[in-house]
Design a binder for this molecule. Structure first.
Ligand SMILES: Cc1cc2nc3c(=O)[nH]c(=O)nc-3n(C[C@H](O)[C@H](O)[C@H](O)COP(=O)(O)OP(=O)(O)OC[C@H]3O[C@@H](n4cnc5c(N)ncnc54)[C@H](O)[C@@H]3O)c2cc1C
Length: 511
């Protein structure tokens, strides 16, 4: 008997999920194949079309699905993302710090953060422990063109055109992985006696039955929300942003530098994202409608764009996207599991949405239930894990806001109010005042944010961990010295060896 997996929704969540499951379970021989993957997409509801920054996990996802990096980079106008650069988050001026994808030198064997804290606080943390921020400043690629696909000198993810990404995944999943595609608007659900979904019914009247239904229908949440009415938990009291204005602006020419990082520039009531692709930049302002009206937000966005000589001058008409930051109370109910925006969305900071889609789809694919009885057990486990991940995401994003010294607007003052800070984050901050986040930070096997990420944000924002000089042992101190020399040496080597992003990506077009 074949397991029929029905995915509702053809946005990034739907196609990534289809690709991951089909690549693992749908062999080329249809006689021996044990799983069928069907994706149903409404012709009437557009997908989000934003979501252009990924984590390094996307390299594994693409490889796993069977897409060549070269094809991906050309089909999706993609570029390399090596870090997030935060501008004006602590003082509201031009100060900045990097959160790179490469961990600090010696990560896992020695707490270089504590040594830095005790001895070198006058130098910025990231450049003291890692080469990546320095190479980002020069817009360098994370690899040379001679290196194999997906290999790297510096860890990286991507910036991509979300519309083209969906098109590429669609074609690959249908042509190479045997995913069946049905265009049709799901109107309602036919329940089975045990409360499961027996089939979904399209506007055309067609019934599609299945064993496992994956709701990737975005804000419509047609199965998890409309059918099952699983409550949505707003987190707006913690993360205030609820509106985005999104623009796509061409580069002034096809020779302008392509940045190696997502630039997040803090504003009075939110922040502006800036993502550089091969041919254009995706720029948008995400803000809280409790603290700013749309006109003020638009003005800040236009000012950001109009001040930049590297952008072509053009008519600016941003797309407005409203959302409530939060997530479902549970994610897997009966034989239905939600992935992507139908499960939740908080805000674009640190690009946590696509990685959660990848991780959720991977988990489901690895544990694909063989019997109905297994599904109930797996659902419990998935719900527990996913809830922990949401809590982790919310704490980590809030961390970016609570450490600010900004007092210039109600928005930033409100972010520092203790009643807006989850207890788990308050506890962590208490601990981090006495010791740097380390390997024992989390008991979770599947944590999203390593303690390295926490260190970059904490010390980038000027947080103080009270470690006195001399507290570290002699052996540890000499190891740190060696690591520091290695970082300096490595930085020099990379600066002279790596091409710029522009050179690397333009080079792909020539071959
Ligand atoms: C402003 C903004 C910026 C973002 N930036 C990032 C980022 O940099 N990095 C990141 O990781 N994430 C980012 N995200 C999140 C990211 O965009 C989403 O996680 C991603 O696009 C996945 O969306 P989705 O597939 O869940 O939903 P959608 O893209 O909305 O797709 C929903 C699909 O469901 C279908 N559908 C809806 N109703 C029905 C129905 N009744 N019947 C059949 N089909 C139906 C639609 O046709 C569509 O195909 C951002 C989000 C926003 C709002």
């Amino acid at each position: 008997m074949k397991t029929r997996v029905i995915i509702v929704g053809g946005g990034t969540a739907g196609w990534i999920t289809a690709g991951i499951i089909a690549a693992q379970h749908c062999t080329e021989n249809s006689l021996t194949q044990t799983t069928e993957v069907v994706l149903v997409e409404s012709p009437d509801v557009k997908n989000l079309g934003v979501g252009e920054g990924t984590w390094p996990t996307m390299r594994d996802t693409l490889r796993q699905i069977g897409i060549s990096e070269r094809t991906f980079l050309s089909c999706c106008d993609a570029s390399f993302k090596q870090a997030s650069k935060f501008v004006a988050w602590s003082e509201g001026k031009k100060e900045h710090y990097y959160h790179p994808f490469t961990a600090p030198a010696g990560y896992g064997s020695v707490s270089i953060a504590e040594h830095w804290s005790a001895t070198h606080r006058d130098i910025d943390f990231e450049s003291w422990v890692c080469a990546q921020g320095t190479t980002c400043k020069q817009n360098l690629a994370p690899k040379t063109s001679k290196m194999p696909e997906y290999a790297f000198a510096l860890n990286y993810g991507y910036h991509l055109n979300a519309g083209k990404f969906v098109k590429m995944l669609h074609q690959h999943c249908v042509e190479k992985l045997g995913v069946q595609y049905i265009q049709g608007h799901v109107e309602h659900v036919l329940p089975a006696e045990n409360g499961d979904i027996a089939s979904i019914v399209l506007v055309s009247g067609e019934h599609i039955d299945g064993d496992l239904f994956i709701d990737c229908s975005g804000f419509s949440a047609i199965l998890i929300g409309k059918h099952y009415e699983i409550p949505f938990k707003s987190k707006q009291h913690i993360l205030f942003n609820d509106t985005a204005l999104a623009l796509q602006v061409d580069h002034a020419s096809d020779e302008v530098p392509i940045a190696s990082c997502t630039v997040a520039t803090a504003q009075k009531s939110g922040w502006v994202w800036d993502i550089s692709l091969q041919n254009r930049r995706g720029i948008g302002h995400v803000f809280s409608s409790d603290f700013s009206d749309v006109e003020q937000a638009e003005e800040a966005l236009f000012k950001y764009v109009q001040n930049d000589p590297l952008l072509a001058s053009q008519q600016l008409s941003p797309r407005k996207i409203k959302f409530t930051p939060g997530h479902r109370e549970t994610f897997w109910h009966k034989n239905c599991v939600a992935i992507g925006v139908s499960a939740g969305f908080v805000e674009p900071l640190e690009a946590t949405a696509l990685v959660l889609i990848e991780k959720s789809a991977e988990w489901i694919s690895q544990q694909l239930p063989r019997e109905r009885s297994a599904m109930t057990v797996l659902a419990k486990r998935f719900n527990l894990l996913t809830l922990q991940r949401w809590q982790e995401i919310i704490d980590f994003l809030k961390l970016h806001y609570v450490l600010t010294n900004r007092e210039d607007s109600e928005y930033w003052r409100a972010h520092q109010q203790p009643d807006s800070i989850p207890e788990s984050l308050q506890d962590a901050l208490t601990l981090w005042r006495t010791q740097a986040p380390g390997l024992y930070e989390s008991n979770q096997r599947f944590e999203l944010f390593s303690s390295a990420s926490k260190q970059y944000v904490l010390y980038g924002m000027g947080f103080h961990t009270a470690r006195e000089q001399g507290v570290l042992g002699r052996q540890e101190t000499s190891m740190v010295k060696r690591l520091r020399n290695e970082t300096l040496h490595n930085t020099e080597k990379l600066l002279s060896a790596l091409p710029t992003n522009r050179e690397f990506l333009n080079g792909l077009k020539k071959v």
